[in-house]
Design a protein around this ligand. Structure first.
Ligand code: ZN
Ligand code: ZN
Length: 159
């Protein structure tokens, strides 16, 4: 892991790597957080993926549907970085990660009252059910937190 960080830092001196509890890219502070708890191989892939977000200058996305295309782009960039470092990222792993996002986005868009699938409202702050008119809030999330967490279950809000 440290070798990979050193190699990436030499090649891209503007990148900042910070040890943390998980892997994510923070557009607010332009820092790449990494953790050493995962298995070595997957950890390396995650590191390259977050570096991909950083090199592509991904900032906060506005709508949920944008997230998936940014995730895909970050993986494409990660594959380029991996090739440079004589590594290979498993396509299955990439698909698994993207599926996790798809599930999570799907869950966010389901009405908590009547289970109708809904579209996010134009201001991107909440969803509104066209069937029963329930509104629920979704927090704007940072990149790469969706690892089958149940913390992101939508909350009903009063508008
Ligand atoms: Zn509803
Ligand atoms: Zn990502």
């Amino acid at each position: 892991m440290q070798d990979a960080i050193n190699a990436l830092s030499v090649k891209h001196p503007s990148l900042k790597f910070v040890q943390g509890k998980s892997f994510y890219w923070s557009p607010e502070t332009s820092e790449i957080f990494y953790s050493t708890q995962k298995n070595q191989r997957e950890a390396l892939w995650s590191l390259l993926h977050e570096t991909g977000h950083a090199l592509l200058n991904h900032t906060i996305y506005k709508a949920d549907f944008e997230l998936l295309s940014l995730e895909l782009a970050a993986w494409e960039k990660a594959k380029e970085l991996a090739t440079d470092m004589n590594l290979q990222i498993s396509q299955d792993h990439i698909e698994d990660c993207l599926d996790t996002y798809r599930d999570w986005l799907h869950k966010r868009s389901i009405c908590p009252t009547c289970n109708t699938k809904c579209l996010q409202q134009d201001n991107h702050k909440f969803y509104s059910c066209f069937n029963c008119h329930t509104k629920w809030g979704v927090s704007t999330s940072r990149f790469c937190r969706a690892y089958r967490s149940t913390k992101n279950i939508p909350q009903k809000i009063v508008v």
